[in-house]
Design a protein around this ligand. Sequence first.
Ligand code: FRU
Length: 516
Amino acid sequence: MKRSVLLILLCALVWACKEKAPKQLDEATNVADNYEEPYRPQYHFTPQEKWMNDPNGLVYNDGIYHLFYQYYPDDIVWGPMHWGHAVSTDMVHWEHKPIALFPDEHGLIFSGSAVVDKNNTSGFAKNGETPLVAVFTYHLMEGEKAGRNDFQTQGIAFSLDNGDTWTKYEGNPVIGNSGIKDFRDPKVFWHEATDQWIMALVAGDHAKFYSSPDLKAWVHISDFGKNHGAHGGVWECPDLFPIKVEGSDEVKWVLIISINPGAPNGGSGTQYFVGEFDGNKFTTDQEETKWLDYGTDNYAGVTYNNTPNNERIFIGWMSNWDYARDTPTKKWRSAMTLPRTLSLRKNGDGYWLSNKPLPQVNKLATSDLVSSLEITGGETKNMDVDGLGQSKIVFKTRSKDFRVSVKNSLGEKVDLVMDSKSQSLILDRMKSRKVDFQAEFGNKKHHAPIDQLGEEAFEVVIYLDWSSIEVFVDGGLLAMTDQIFPTEPFQKLIFENSDEEHKLQDVVVKQMQSIW
Ligand code: FRU
């Protein structure tokens, strides 16, 4: 009798302890416990741990948005590249998946794209499945170390279970290298009009286009860019897609090219060209260099393939090769930008690519920290706003002379200034505190030209997420993305409007919810 009571008590004790045991972190989705480190973004994608750079293989299939990314699972600095993997149904909340692609005998797995091979042109599906095909660059370290120029080739892999498991193609590489040192980052899409796959690839100072019937056999069809755009560094991560001009049926083709170094405010940046693509050649009459984002932390961004309604959804890597390896985080390194929708505006003779966060990001904006405020001409307003470090600030105005500052009690701050005299929008993180981990990070203000803003009222939207600030003016006609590393959360908001005639209207600050 006694023994059985003891046994029951023992069982109850074991059960109680089990109930109270802390949640394990080995389950891919259970990440809440380790998303609370200093600087950890709360509504941007970051890997659970270790190093991440470019977004890769952005593709939608069967209700799921895939986000693959350049990943080094053994350290918080760049190393032998894998494709990390996460999935989402709304592009806001993410579930971490196991690593999708590992290095093999052909090399490390550099950046690339993924397509849904609906017609099984590749023949990878044997039982009626729909293959997802990843197209990426192999980087052979041994070749690079030996001083050769042909160490980057293109390979493919397929998945028959919507991205859960991957098999490398036995015929890899599908495009060899005849001696081009920087030969990488394939972006592939299905070109309806000519019924074939098209690949945009970069080769040092220009883009190359290839076509294929089956994703395995590729033919080089044309080149673009030796004499176009910015050339302060190597061209990387191309993207090519059609897009409708806002408010019309006109369709243009946009070629996105990342470049490092050579961006307008230093280091890495992303330029774009608006023109035509006929299935063979990309052409443009655009003369000036255009930039997708004037901050220093939006690089290697590309768009999703196969989205519902052909929406152009863009994600960039929120860092810069100038200092990516040095930022003061410990467990993980770097984040992605908010997912952004792209649109094309015609303004005078020119076409401008706008980018702004997807509408569903705003579902995270809940309680008002500040509501319906107005800053009249010549007025300065100083407010304490608890929660400002993880917030969204919005206002409308025609003033082109204002300053918005976010500060903490230590005096660490970030300023956003619009200045009509110099016709610029200026983002200043020089006093945001941790800036000295690398020489370029905090040594200058970042400038964007505002001449494409008209005389009409425009909206300014600012997203703060602990270690980042993203600014969108006039529906994203102007975007600036910067990392910041204050040592305490911001809680003071200051508006200064020095335009006597125009108010800052409908000022609202909302708390952004964490996605983790
Ligand atoms: C861009 C890039 C790509 C390359 C990858 C390597 O940031 O340099 O050109 O494929 O990163 O990680």
